[in-house]
Design a protein around this ligand. Sequence first.
Ligand SMILES: Nc1nc2c(ncn2[C@@H]2O[C@H](COP(=O)(O)OP(=O)(O)O)[C@@H](O)[C@H]2O)c(=O)[nH]1
Ligand SMILES: [Mg+2]
Length: 698
Amino acid sequence: MKAYETTKIRNISLGGHSGAGKTTLAEALLHIHGLVERRGTVEAGSTQSDYDPQEKARKCSIHATLLPIEHDDFKINILDCPGYRDFVGEIKNAIRISEMCLIVVDAESGVEVGTEFAWDFAREYNIPIAILVNKMDRERADFAAAMRHIEEAFDAHTVAVTLPIGQGANFKGIVDLLDMKAVYDEGGKKRVEEIPDDMLEQAREARRILVEAAAEGDDELTEHFLENETLTEEQLRLGLREDLQAGRFIPVVCCSAEKEIGLSGLIHFILDECPSPDLRGGFRAYVQKDDPYGEVHLRKLDPAAPFSGFVFKTVNDDYAGRLSLFKVITGSVTGDCPIADMRTGNVQKAGRVFALRGKTQVPVERLMTGDIGAFAKLQDVLTGDTLLDPKDAATVYEPTHMPATTAAVSIHAKNKNEEDKIALALHRLLESDPTLHLVRDSMLHQTVLEGMGDTHLDVSVDRLKTQARIDIVSEAPRVQYRETIMRPAHGQGKYKKQSGGRGQYGDCHIRMEPLPRGSGFQFKWAVVGGVIPTNYQGSVEKGIRESLTRGILAGYPVIDLQVSCYDGSYHAVDSSDMAFQVAASIAFKNIAPLASPAILEPIMKVEISVPADYMGDILGYLSSHRGRISGNEQLGRRVSIAAEVPQGEMTTFSRDLRSMTQGRSIYSAAFAHYEPCPPAVQEKVIKEARIVHGEGEH
Ligand SMILES: Nc1nc2c(ncn2[C@@H]2O[C@H](COP(=O)(O)OP(=O)(O)O)[C@@H](O)[C@H]2O)c(=O)[nH]1
Ligand SMILES: [Mg+2]
């Protein structure tokens, strides 16, 4: 593939709800450009975009896939995104590096949850939004209704750029309002005609609205429009592009991806109105001063500057090896360039640079500013990294913001001897997915994988199984309970052994007292008159601390208490560090049961955002899961509910919430504090702990 100048590049992300037809559209665009001989389908798992075995099996997109198309003198980089919020890592990065997010909407269903978050992600990074109403061939397709729906849902001003000729089974083509022609796509051949008579009036009115909208944002254009009641073609294009970039209105086009109707109108719109990368405001980079990760500015996409790039995706599998997908932010790059990674400080030769089309590696001479491609086998490069020409070592691009994890699963090898095979596969998995986090919980003998939802974790565990080639068991993680005492108690612990040779002697009296929540542990040395020499203070404390980790009732760490040692005795010859440690732990074992030990459960602070209609269901669910509502707030059509919920009640939270709200919920959960649990829960925890610890100690 030849090198494309920045002004000839268009980067489009396809966002929107799962099932809206993004992948089908991408495939259709490849097809009409002769890039696939036979068009694949999502159902058969034969598209260029959904090439991953899991995408084929699940019949939906999991990855953002790069699919470049060459059209006339232009290169259009399509980024086909998944539609499920679980894959937010892929979606956000792809939208962020594009210059326009084309949100695909199903002509029958209108705005759905996936439409909403694609919108939010694009807005967060100031990426221009356009809407494509797809499936115009469907029986109940209604272009005007879809436009109204979008206006209402987003309180946005929409303007049609193409109009459908016929709807449903009669959908034959589109009116391209940019040049006022009727365009019929037939088997990849486009036929341009005059607008049919019965649509002329409607088309003129739509064109008038389009021109008026284009004239609005710019004084010079407004003036010209008021004088002449129209704009020149050049002014129209300029005005529309500026409006699109400023978000003043949302252009809407229509098509049937399945029937390949309306695609040339879409391409015309992309080439004319989507900003080329040099027209973008810039790419978020840290200002390099005292705090190198503080303030952020927009760095212009400047072809004259030395090379810099942003890694938005890492592929790490047996088939492709390691690929770092990146966007060129400044300058240009070839395989001969030395590359510095700003996170590690490593400098290495780029090696191979290519464009990717799905999984196919397409050789390129050079990637210019704004273009998107991949490096093969760069060492230690991760998603979010900044790659630079070492001469320009002063830029770090800001990694894309990701939401907090909302789901967790504990994993282990079915066969205990294969545990180390998981480790390597896990490492590769975590490297390729910045939205996955690993928590090793040695106390509860569990490895916990945290992610963006149950589907995300499902997919990740499946990948792990394939890569490690072993059987992996995944289950709800065990809850991190704690223990404490509810009232003071005191008593003695004595360790004495005198059977031949040197003996052992330690003796201490301790008092245990509860402390307020959040205090942790305090040790106090209150021995007077040297009944225990102070050099054994550390030994007593150590013995107590060790006992705390072993728990009282169920083996969970004991917190929020003070232990003081106030009396005891020693033996000049037999006393030792060891003997006092043992004596202290004996004391703890004797006294703790007298101090009303109790189990503490972690309470999570949860924030849930759902469409207002679901509020009643959510409140009901929370109260049946021992949740306490601390507030709710109406924000547009959604409500945000704040609550405190015991973590033990949240094992199926993500799944339940999704099914209650048809996936329209977003939530975050973070640890807040510990609280004693109700007696019934305490009993259950103690019973379960016997099983766990019996297993763990084997
Ligand atoms: N009738 C009709 N079906 C379509 C159209 N576009 C996509 N589909 C179907 O909608 C389903 C979901 O499409 P897909 O491309 O996977 O959607 P994505 O999740 O947005 O990528 C598939 O069964 C497609 O065949 C269209 O224009 N018309
Ligand atoms: Mg898809």
